[in-house]
Design a protein around this ligand. Structure first.
Ligand code: 6PG
Length: 474
């Protein structure tokens, strides 16, 4: 019996995905560049061995799969994917589908998709979220490619995806780069979520002087409320874990320098390309950059010192409630921005991205999974084409929580505690909701020095200013 699907790349993510596929009753052929990894994988597959066809040559691997063959490539993003595709191509036949399941830049995905246009092969760029656990037991899967190629893989992918109330967290989102673009923005939002949580942690640690254990308890409580989500859940666990070496809180033993592999940065670059303000995501990426400049920061602290703290909030419980609401408000801002980037990209690349579906498949399996995304699903099902913050449900939530965000940002700013993502989200609300802004002055300046022209509020045709003529006195 031929395999339903093939998978190349038995690293952590690839192995887990292959086991998930086999466990859900799909026969799968696997291949890894080094055959030892394939043998080891097969030897450890236990009960699932019957569903797995381990292959040591590409020829044997391709022959083991039922045509048209869907072949998942789960290897390091970038150049290796192009090399793997080139090595695979000679063995493939009409209708076969190469599926890149790594965190590819969607522009590479579009290029790869186009490079196969004149052949009878096709390509799917597939975003997979949920880390190792997700890959093994149910990830969220974002598919981009032709609708026909999606039909070929729909059944297998549906069987392995996470489920939210039985609803599978997988969907075909559009042609070519759509899946990888949506995964990129998922990660941009993930960066913002994580940065905002870290900023709140900073206020609790450095403003209120709470221990990791105490802060963990606060997050644990929040996880039972409106912030309920995977990231809040793991934050509690992380904060409560002890270091086996020192006995201290594990988190206190970790150097405050965050890594990044590119998806956050791409979200920001594409937001800028598309002319969308994604300031909370930008702040999160910048936050990681500054975090990595540890020795410079230490030197600057010696030179500049730290500002004095603001007075501690009078009632801690009241302030904790403010922090919870502030995090919710800021989160709304970040998600509104992420969805706005996707909406602009959808128009730019003719993807017709389905916003309610994107929110729907993020409700389980992925890193940003949450109750909140169920509310976004409902909001976009009613109004798919507007900014999230003006949908009725979220407008109410913003009105209810932005006061708390304002108080929290004020406290942090007065205490010299950095809250770049929280304050960006607040500034975004304040700029977005204000009908009359201050760009009239910028337009006047541009006209003054560059004769750029402007529009008049009364609609009169007077495209340039009389600069230097002066207002009449008295
Ligand atoms: C996921 C994660 C996963 C990974 C990213 C982000 O959705 O499962 O986003 O894909 O964590 O690579 O990683 P960096 O923080 O290293 O950029």
């Amino acid at each position: 019996e031929q395999a339903e699907i093939g998978l190349i790349g038995l690293g952590v993510m690839g192995s887990n995905l292959a086991l998930n596929i086999a466990e859900k009753g799909n026969r799968i052929a696997v291949f890894n560049r080094s055959p030892e990894a394939t043998r080891k994988f097969f030897a450890e597959a236990g009960d699932l061995q019957g569903q797995i066809v381990p292959c040591e040559t590409l020829e044997e691997f391709v022959a083991a799969i039922r045509p048209p063959r869907p072949i998942i490539i789960m290897i390091k993003a970038g150049e290796p994917v192009d090399q793997q595709m080139a090595a695979l191509k000679p063995y493939l036949s009409a209708g076969d589908i190469m599926i890149d399941a790594g965190n590819a830049n969607f522009r590479d995905t579009m290029r790869r998709f186009d490079s196969l246009k004149d052949s009878d092969l096709t390509f799917i760029g597939m975003g997979v979220s949920g880390g190792e656990e997700g890959a093994r037991h149910g990830p969220s899967i974002m598919v981009g490619g032709t609708e026909e190629s999606w039909k070929r893989v729909e059944k297998v992918l549906t069987s392995i995806s996470a489920k939210f109330n039985n609803d599978p967290c997988v969907a075909w989102l559009g042609e070519n780069g759509a899946g990888h673009f949506v995964k990129t923005i998922h990660n941009g939002i993930e960066y913002a979520d994580m940065q905002m949580i870290a900023e709140i942690y900073g206020i609790l640690r450095d403003g209120l002087g709470m221990s990791a254990q105490e802060i963990g308890e606060v997050f644990g409580r929040w996880n039972t409320g409106r912030l309920n989500s995977y990231l809040i859940e793991i934050t509690e666990k992380v904060l409560k874990a002890a270091d086996p070496v020192s006995g201290e809180a594990m988190v206190d033993m970790i150097v405050d320098r965050a890594g990044q592999k590119g998806t956050g940065k791409w979200s920001v670059i594409e937001a800028q390309n598309m002319g969308v303000a994604a300031t909370a995501i930008e702040a999160a990426v910048a936050g990681r950059i500054l975090s990595s400049q540890k020795s410079e920061r230490e030197a600057a602290e010696k030179i500049l010192g730290l500002p004095a703290s603001a007075d501690a909030p009078k009632d801690r419980e009241v302030f904790l409630a403010d922090l919870e609401n502030a995090l919710l408000a800021a989160k709304i801002g970040a998600y509104a921005q992420g969805f706005a980037v996707m909406s602009a990209a959808s128009a730019e690349f003719n993807w017709n991205l389905p916003m309610p579906t994107i929110a729907r498949i993020w409700r389980a399996g992925c890193i940003i999974r949450s109750q909140f995304l169920d509310e976004i699903t409902s909001a976009f099902t009613k109004d798919p084409d507007v900014n999230l913050i003006v949908t009725p449900a979220f407008a109410d939530m913003v009105k209810e929580t932005d006061g708390a965000l304002r108080r929290v940002v004020s406290y942090a700013v007065l205490s010299g505690l950095p809250v770049p993502a929280l304050s960006s989200a607040l500034a975004y609300f304040d700029a977005y909701r204000r009908g009359r802004g201050t760009a009239n002055l910028i337009q006047a300046q541009r006209d003054f020095f560059g004769a750029h022209g402007f529009e008049r509020v009364d609609g009169l045709d007077r495209p340039h200013g009389p600069w230097g003529s002066g207002l009449s006195q008295g």
